[in-house]
Design a protein around this ligand. Sequence first.
Ligand SMILES: [Zn+2]
Length: 285
Amino acid sequence: MAKSAPTTRVPISGKKTPAKASHSTTAKTKQASTARKATTSKKDSSKKKPRGKTEAEEPYPTWAAPTPAAAVEAVARLATVHGLPSPPERKSILDSLVRTILSQNTTDKTSAVAFARLKEGLPTWSQVLDAPEGVAEDLVRCGGLAEVKMERVRAILRDDRVRTDGEPSLEWLHERDDDEVKRVLTSFKGVGPKTVACVMMFTMGRAEFPVDTHVLHIAKKLNWLPADASREQAYEHLNRRVPNECKLDLHILLVEHGKCCAKCAKNGKLQKKECAVDACPLVGL
Ligand SMILES: [Zn+2]
């Protein structure tokens, strides 16, 4: 049911892209195809606009940027420097949700270690529930806030919607529409809209565009958002304007770029000095 990312990739223009940028097109055809895709997408947002995406409104209805073409162009340009992202590894929805809960208030690297230790020490979610008090906490302690985070994880694991017949699972959400998935995931304590958007995009293959600090900062620099936009407003605006087909790639590339480009990094600080970018490909976009 999950849409596979590779088949929905938008063609990018050639240049000296590392990996797989072999399907090059001219600028004109690229724009035409972008426009077509933007209007014929399966998950056409104008049709489903809908109820569940609920109260959330477009905060900047007259702000015309980014255009679909600009979003596609940004992917193409960033890919020349960082390469096109590989499709995300397959994980269960519950694993993905717990992983993001463990990543709160810490770095990706540290939370990855915490999650790996938890899975190694208590390989199944039933074992996490049955373990004596403090065992799971000790396993994830390196990520900080171990008690708070594990309390939230246990509350999710005990939830009737998760604790089905056997092993706790949320895989049934693959069969449900975006609105219901959002309703269910946000109903868990400690699970905010960004976590939900990440789980839906990376793990469920849904057309979501999570906004983190790098995405927000660069989108403002590109004038895709008003300078005072909050993360929530940015999410509502960009999610409507970025074509579904390039959401995953654009999100991953902007996050990577925000860590490697002195021009685009927040406060000019590079989080990944080892892959510092010489010339910012977004200049002039
Ligand atoms: Zn840059």
